[in-house]
Write a protein that binds this ligand. Structure first.
Ligand SMILES: NC(=O)c1ccc[n+]([C@@H]2O[C@H](COP(=O)([O-])OP(=O)(O)OC[C@H]3O[C@@H](n4cnc5c(N)ncnc54)[C@H](OP(=O)(O)O)[C@@H]3O)[C@@H](O)[C@H]2O)c1
Length: 327
């Protein structure tokens, strides 16, 4: 797999990463054996950037990654996240971007990951009660202490990116970006990242699985699957969004690739490093093959016609979670 610079701070990653969240949380049944095999296969295929967060599980996803990398820490680049507080028992407390919490949760993540450094450490959400300069100051101290190599933010407004970058150079911003979610092309985030030389990591690049074409009814989700609360998977929204997926499927078939491959290759062509999530080798191999798919200018035009900005019906989170975006 091609290696490319993520941002301009000397951080190089495989063109596609792997999101680990679903291996421990939010997307139904988990299977540790297949998850570990999927991570192994990803590393064999040249994936280097592995994405987790202390909140996934909570902690179980970091611990899984720690087990996957035991004895071979340097085989991967570990990205994890802080700023959403959990007790040591895993109880959710809310946003906490205070330097004290960031220091404490970094040490806890290092323990769970079984490592002495995090390659890319993100603020998972900006804490509205703490100036971003203070949170980023704490991340910068972790860099100075050698516990963290690079830092980033998730789901932030352009002005926040600029303020944070002035405290310590950001390597990456991670945000939702896919054929279903193109908001950053229009709200100034993409322009700000380009202006400041900050990399873009695209999360949920398959629209939480929707764009793969494999989801035909929301009724099959487990009772605790996050997507049961996601407006895009509900009622009339689901059926309108499925019609868009059918158009994506048609374009993919014309190109002799799968819908997932088209969706992922598009994010790469847009300059992002996508981190599709999967807990199985079969999907991983299909998704990695997207790095060999070339999206031509004609493809771009055809994709824009079927999946322009705003095409997806419904917000991307339930109302109580929408308020933590664009921090
Ligand atoms: N910073 C943030 O706030 C934030 C928020 C959400 C996610 N993330 C990160 O981004 C990563 C990716 O996002 P995501 O997992 O939400 O969404 P995604 O990558 O858009 O989609 C994941 C879903 O698609 C399915 N899938 C993957 N490849 C497939 C294929 N080739 N064919 C059919 N189905 C396929 C997966 O199934 P299986 O699971 O069954 O394999 C899973 O249900 C996460 O793992 C996490 O690390 C970050």
């Amino acid at each position: 797999m091609e290696i490319r610079a993520l941002g301009s701070q000397g951080f190089e990653v495989g063109a596609e990463g792997l999101g680990l969240m679903g291996m421990s949380a939010h997307y139904g049944a988990t299977d540790e054996t297949e998850s570990l095999a999927t991570i192994d296969r990803a590393l064999e295929l040249g994936v280097t950037l592995l994405d987790t967060a202390e909140g996934y599980g909570p902690f179980r996803n970091e611990q899984l990654l720690g087990r996957a990398l035991a004895g071979r820490r340097e085989a991967a680049l570990v990205a994890t996240k802080t700023g959403i507080e959990f007790t040591d028992d895993g109880a959710f407390l809310g946003h906490n971007g205070s330097p004290e919490y960031i220091r404490r949760s970094a040490d806890r993540s290092l323990r769970h990951l079984g490592t002495d450094h995090i390659d890319l450490y993100y603020l998972h959400r900006v804490d509205p009660g703490v100036p971003v300069e203070e949170s980023v100051g704490a991340l910068a101290e972790l860099v100075a202490a050698g516990k963290v190599r690079h830092i980033g933010l998730c789901e932030v407004a352009p002005s926040t990116i600029a303020r944070a970058h002035a405290v310590h150079p950001l390597t990456a911003v991670q945000t939702e970006y896919s054929l279903f979610e193109r908001g950053i092309e229009h709200d100034g985030v993409l322009d700000t990242l380009r202006d400041l030389g900050i990399g873009l990591v695209a999360y949920s690049p398959l629209g939480r699985g929707f764009l793969s074409g494999a989801i035909t009814t929301p009724d099959d989700f487990a009772a605790d699957d996050f997507r049961r609360t996601d407006p895009r998977f509900q009622g009339g929204n689901f059926h309108r969004n499925l019609a868009v997926v059918e158009q994506v499927r048609r374009l993919a078939a014309e190109k002799r690739v799968t819908p997932s491959q088209l969706a992922l290759a598009w994010t790469i062509r847009q300059g992002a490093v996508p981190i599709p999530g999967t807990k199985r080798r079969r999907y991983l191999e299909e998704n990695v093959a997207a790095t060999d798919v070339t999206i031509t200018d004609a493809d771009l035009a055809a994709i824009d016609a079927v999946a322009p900005h705003g095409i997806a019906s419904g917000d991307r989170y339930a109302p109580e979670l929408m308020t933590s975006l664009n921090g």
